[in-house]
Design a protein around this ligand. Structure first.
Ligand code: ATP
Ligand code: MG
Length: 558
């Protein structure tokens, strides 16, 4: 096959660069099956960026018949907590993935410690008494080699004794560190005697007070991968400078050759995905919690009504690449709409009502219309919608001085009430401030959708019968931030200066009664307005609905 048709064939199969590597490895017989891992640090809740990593790691294992471990990278005892451990499991399960084993870097603390002693005895690691600042200065710069520490040439026996004393709690935080002895003039700064262990007198969420020394990321991650026989260790691009060191520790210890591959992290417009900043929003009370529906966390978007299916569709669409890019939030919303449009039940709800009295409809009469829950299945499951003499319509669906193109209700104009009759507006009633409080209309009994004659009018609007209306609380959510690219916060400003003051509007709404019986478990569509999901704050007296996403947007993915 020539190169062009090769590329064309690959595009047809939509193989990303990591899949290409895996397929080549499998074809060459390097591994019998693949093993991946998802390695969150339990210091916060998972966000949409993590969803990309989860879909990638678990997706690859599913596709190539391998497995994925959930491995907590828990080497920073002061920032980590079991609350986060639990939420991470809940979120991965919600996305619909099953991990092979649940593991912790801390499971390997004994092994990592033993390897450190082994490296000391081989003259490949030493205890350094310099301060953090001295170590930093001693590293040199990219163009200037570092200066060796005065403690660099301690004997293995002395290093072993000191390292054991560090472990046994003889020294205070920061007094000593263990460093790998590599090359203080190495062009890759990572190799200028990287730290392996630091002293931290802190309780760990799993190992308690057993340890007062903790391994550093670079000394931990590759070895954990190796112990678990991870074949493809996938991480975000900023770790590419760490890769040579990842390989160095594995080669030096002569253990299973895991390999690291990097892909571009997910960046979304109007969105921040740093756990540190998300934590600050929570701690300062700028959002209601990690699961505030405006948060990009998985528990937040879940509460907002996003579905696992829509997130997977999104991850599929954005693909995996080596180039950083900013993805349009509208693409994510488009995926949410695609999924909900196909599956969600429809109901009518009015948010800013005007009362309509149908003067020629008999007082006390009620007609129940059988209406499909999803228009894609006209003969499928249905709900019963009551119609009566007094109804509510949305204020936006009436205009007194309407332009020609306004196809909803206007004085002396006609409109179809969804699922029922055509009505005509005869009279406007206003209060003393000139605000419209009532429309007096007549209906055309010959336009019953099943038994009447077909007659066309330009517009169809939604409505709710007054005596049957259920009052609900509606939370309309919008973007949390106002800046499209949150990596471009100017230096003299703070990211919190770009919080959107209109990101939440709470109001009342009136819904058809069947809404409160909905048992679909996913967001529903409020016809003509948007998708809404019932919030856990709901009580039987006060149901609360969160806007998942508006109904329409001019956005179309390429
Ligand atoms: P944050 O910067 O938000 O704290 P992190 O990278 O420190 O994120 P980890 O818990 O260490 O968070 O991440 C677990 C995995 O998820 C890592 O493999 C990491 O590369 C990946 N990941 C984190 N953020 C993103 C993102 N925005 N896009 C894709 N993958 C991500
Ligand atoms: Mg991290």
């Amino acid at each position: 096959m020539n190169q062009e048709s090769n590329i064309a064939a690959q595009e047809l199969r939509k193989v990303n660069f990591i899949e290409e590597i895996i397929e080549a490895d499998l074809a060459a017989g390097k591994f019998k099956s693949i093993m991946t891992r998802f390695p969150p640090e339990p210091n916060g809740y998972l966000h949409l960026g993590h969803a990309k990593s989860i879909c990638l790691n678990f997706g690859l294992a599913e596709k190539y018949g391998g497995a994925t471990n959930l491995r907590y990278d828990d080497t920073n005892p002061t920032k980590e907590d079991t609350e986060y451990v639990d939420s991470i499991k809940e979120d991965i399960a919600w996305l619909g993935f099953k991990w092979d084993k649940e593991l912790y870097a801390s499971d390997y603390f004994d092994q990592l410690y033993a390897w450190a002693e082994e490296m000391i005895m081989k003259g490949l690691a030493y205890v350094d008494d310099q301060t953090q600042e001295e170590i930093r200065l001693g590293r040199g710069t990219v163009d200037k080699p570092g200066t060796p520490s005065p403690w660099r040439d301690r004997s293995p026996e002395e290093n072993l004794r000191l390292f054991r004393e560090m472990r046994d709690g003889k020294y205070a935080d920061g007094e000593k560190v263990l460093r790998a002895k590599i090359d203080m003039a190495h062009p890759n700064m990572m190799f200028r005697d990287p730290l392996m262990y630091r002293i931290k007198h802190a309780s760990h969420h799993r190992t308690g007070d057993k340890w007062c020394i903790y391994p550093m990321y670079d000394y931990t991650h590759g070895q954990c991968d190796s112990i678990e026989h991870i074949t493809h260790s996938i991480c975000t691009l900023e770790f590419d400078v760490h890769r040579p060191l990842y390989d160095w520790f594995i080669e030096t210890l002569g253990i299973f050759p895991s390999h690291q591959y990097e892909f571009a992290r997910l960046n979304l417009t109007y969105t921040l995905m740093s756990k540190r900043k998300l934590l600050e929003l929570v701690q300062k009370g700028l959002v209601s919690g990690w699961d505030d529906p405006r948060m990009p966390t998985l528990c937040g978007v879940r509460r907002r009504g996003y579905t696992p299916e829509s997130l997977k569709m999104f991850c599929e669409k954005i693909g995996v690449s080596k180039r950083e890019q900013l993805i349009d939030l509208q693409l994510l919303e488009w995926c949410v709409r695609q999924d909900l449009n196909a599956r969600s039940n429809r109901y009518m709800a009015v948010q800013d009502p005007i009362k309509v009295t149908i003067t020629n409809y008999p007082e006390g009469q009620v007609e129940w219309f059988d209406c499909p829950l999803n228009p894609a299945e006209p003969e499928g499951p249905s709900r019963k919608v009551p119609f009566s003499r007094e109804i509510l319509i949305d204020r936006a669906d009436f205009m007194e001085d309407a332009p020609n193109k306004f196809f909803r209700l206007r004085p002396d104009g006609e409109v179809r009430l969804k699922y029922t009759y055509i009505i005509k507006c005869n009279e406007i009633v206003k209060d003393e401030n000139g605000r419209i409080v009532e429309l007096r209309c007549t209906y055309d009994p010959t336009t019953h959708p099943k038994t009447g004659q077909w007659r066309s009018v330009k517009g169809t609007i939604h409505w709710v019968s007054v005596p049957h209306a259920k009052e609900i609380v509606i939370r309309n959510y919008d973007k949390l931030f106002t800046l499209p690219d949150m990596s471009e916060v100017p230096e003299d400003k703070d990211y919190k200066d770009f919080l959107n003051p209109d990101s939440l509007n709470i109001g009342k709404g009136f819904a058809e009664p069947a809404l409160l019986e909905d048992a679909s478990g996913i967001a529903v569509q409020f016809e003509r307005t948007g998708y809404y999901v019932k919030d856990p704050d709901s009580t039987p007296e006060v149901p609360v609905f969160n806007r998942t996403v508006t109904l329409k947007d001019s956005y179309k993915p390429e």
